[in-house]
Design a protein around this ligand. Structure first.
Ligand code: ZN
Length: 298
């Protein structure tokens, strides 16, 4: 009888551990004039809610002023912090708390313009690996891209951050064994988006999962640019996705099933170091986009 009870206890413990949602803090509420945080966040929340793996709390950055001085969310209650923001500066004590959270093993997910943020916060740039705009230049670190079958660390002078027209482009998976990309097709067509290029930063402890070629014909850099990558900072795992441009009337990029799957898997990986989510039965191909509109604003 005791053995049966013990086995039941083990069974219940395993099931409840597996079923416990991952605690996510989504930091948003302010971005730059080129983006729309409401649209991005509504999609990010919809993706996170889609398969019941996550429990998400949205934390809104206060409007600038006195309220900002008291912006001090408790990162330690969460397994992963997702950043959808730009053009803000956190109080020093909040920056210090965030650094401690990540160093101790907290996960971080960077979406699109969040890598434009905090150009002068050294530790943040170590977490993001690469960033754009904000007067970034050779002092920020090298350019980092894929050329002739290997990654190039390019210290030449020049500004950081560029993109061409919003067009569809092919995502090339460079590591198909990583938990985030395992099982995905080697190439898939991503729906209209800004393909960030010429990003620069410390690029330390960086591991690229996927790249995309930025064509000169579309106003791009002519380079094979990293688009999905991971960074480690202390014990923390960071998943950096340069995809995901939105505006008030533009959400093509976040409707791509490829974006949704990699964002959801990347968030789980940043939180736990593993990915247990199964792949959907349908996925975009090299020549055909696959869109799913999950917008919760409707
Ligand atoms: Zn953008």
């Amino acid at each position: 009888m005791k053995i049966k009870l013990f086995l039941l206890f083990i069974f219940v413990s395993v099931v409840s551990a597996w079923a416990k949602p991952i605690k996510v803090m989504l930091v948003t509420g302010h971005t730059d004039k080129y983006h729309n945080w409401q649209v991005t966040s509504s999609y990010l929340k919809a993706i996170l809610n889609h398969n019941a793996v996550f429990s998400t709390d949205e934390v809104l950055i206060p409007e600038s002023g006195d309220a900002m001085k008291n912006f001090a969310p408790d990162f330690s209650k969460y397994q992963v912090v997702i950043l959808n923001q730009n053009d803000v500066d956190w109080p020093e004590k909040t920056k210090t708390a965030f650094e401690a959270f990540v160093k101790a093993g907290g996960g971080v997910v960077i979406i699109h313009e969040a890598d434009n943020a905090f150009p002068n916060w050294k530790e943040y740039n170590l977490m993001t690996g690469l960033g754009g705009w904000g007067d970034r230049n050779e002092k920020s670190g090298p350019y980092y891209y894929w050329k002739d079958g290997k990654y190039v660390t390019d210290n030449s002078a020049g500004s950081g951050g560029a993109h061409g027209k919003r067009v569809p482009f092919v995502i090339n998976v460079r590591d198909s064994e990583h938990p985030i990309t395992k099982g995905l097709p080697a190439k898939w067509l991503h729906q209209n988006d800004e393909l960030y290029g010429n990003l620069r930063g410390p690029a330390q402890n960086i591991h690229v999962l996927a790249t995309a070629f930025s064509t000169k014909e579309t106003g791009g850099t002519g380079k094979e640019e990293p688009v999905l990558f991971t960074i480690t900072y202390g014990k923390g795992r960071i998943y950096h996705c340069v995809l995901g441009h939105t505006g008030a009337d533009f959400s093509d990029s976040v409707q791509d099933v490829g974006f949704q799957v990699t964002f959801s898997r990347g968030s789980e990986w940043a939180a736990t170091g593993k990915v247990n989510q199964k792949l959907p039965t349908e996925f975009p191909t090299e020549t055909t986009v696959l869109l799913k509109d999950l917008n919760q604003l409707k």
